[in-house]
Structure formats: C-alpha cells, structure tokens
Ligand binder design. Sequence first.
Ligand SMILES: Nc1ccn([C@H]2C[C@H](O)[C@@H](COP(=O)(O)O)O2)c(=O)n1
Ligand SMILES: [Zn+2]
Length: 159
Amino acid sequence: MKRTDYISWDEYFMGIALLSAMRSKDNNSQVGACIVSPENKILSLGYNGMPIGCNDDDMPWEREGDDLNTKYMYVCHSELNAILNSPHNDLTGARMYVTLFPCNECAKAIIQSGIKELIYLSDKYHDTHASIASRRMFNMTGVKYRAYQPTGREIHLEV
Ligand SMILES: Nc1ccn([C@H]2C[C@H](O)[C@@H](COP(=O)(O)O)O2)c(=O)n1
Ligand SMILES: [Zn+2]
C-alpha cells in the first residue's frame, strides 16, 4: 500500500523556498523564492543577497543610517534573483513560492516574467506602500496570490 503522509506540492516548494532563505546573509530578514512550472518542475531558486561580485563582507547590512550605508541600496531580493537565475527564458504560467510577500519592484519583475501565481508565507510588511502597490499591480494584471496555509507538519533536516 502506498504511503499517505507524504508532503503536498505546496509544502514541498515552500520548504525549498525556506531552505533557500537559509543561505541569506541578511541579519534581519532571510527570504527565499522557488519558481515552479505548471507541471510542478522547479525552474529556479533565489534568496536575498548582494549582487555577484559585491563581497558580502565589504557591503553594509544595516537597516538604518545614511542611505548609501544601508543594505537597501544594494541587496538583490530573492524574487528577482530567482527570476534572473532561471536558465529558462520563458516563465509564462509559472508560479512562485516566496517566504515574504513581494515588494513593488519584485512585483513588476514577476508580472513581466509571466509568472501567474504567487504563494507567500509572511506578509509582515502588508501595510507598507510597497506591498499595497504590489497588490494593486497583481490585481490589475491577474496575477493570483494566496497565503500559504501551514499544515502544522514539521520537517526536520539533519545532516
Ligand atoms: N519580498 C522581499 C522583501 C524583502 N526582501 C529582502 C530585502 C532585504 O534583504 C530584506 C528585508 O530587510 P528588512 O527590511 O526586513 O530588514 O529582505 C526580499 O528578498 N524579498
Ligand atoms: Zn522585492
């Protein structure tokens, strides 16, 4: 008889997004993204980090202070990294699992890439202009978005 307690597609892909987030050097928010085809094949992964060639140790990770000395000027968001990392030039109809609801800049890239559905975990910046603008663009363009429904299942990685 086959196993019945296997993880769902949503658990699988959000789990991989969470694992990707663990690569982030950001000391406040580690974000991961996983792009999946309509056939449930993984197309790309990403996490928030400094652009290639910008040494993590030489870049600022501060949230506050002079603009030029905060991470915000430099860090590449997980969603954009996942889109840019993709070896597939056509993401039409794909869905994205992301551990934090996208900002407006990533929303633009998501829309332009042809991704049609977004599944997010945290929405901790729900009331910011960035999130409001993202929802506005997603609603206008028909990109569906839904909160990941936690199942309560714990997945342990021991290596
Ligand atoms: N959807 C998002 C939102 C933010 N990020 C990145 C950008 C920063 O590295 C970090 C947010 O830092 P915080 O302001 O929470 O200290 O997360 C992203 O990758 N995707
Ligand atoms: Zn973003």
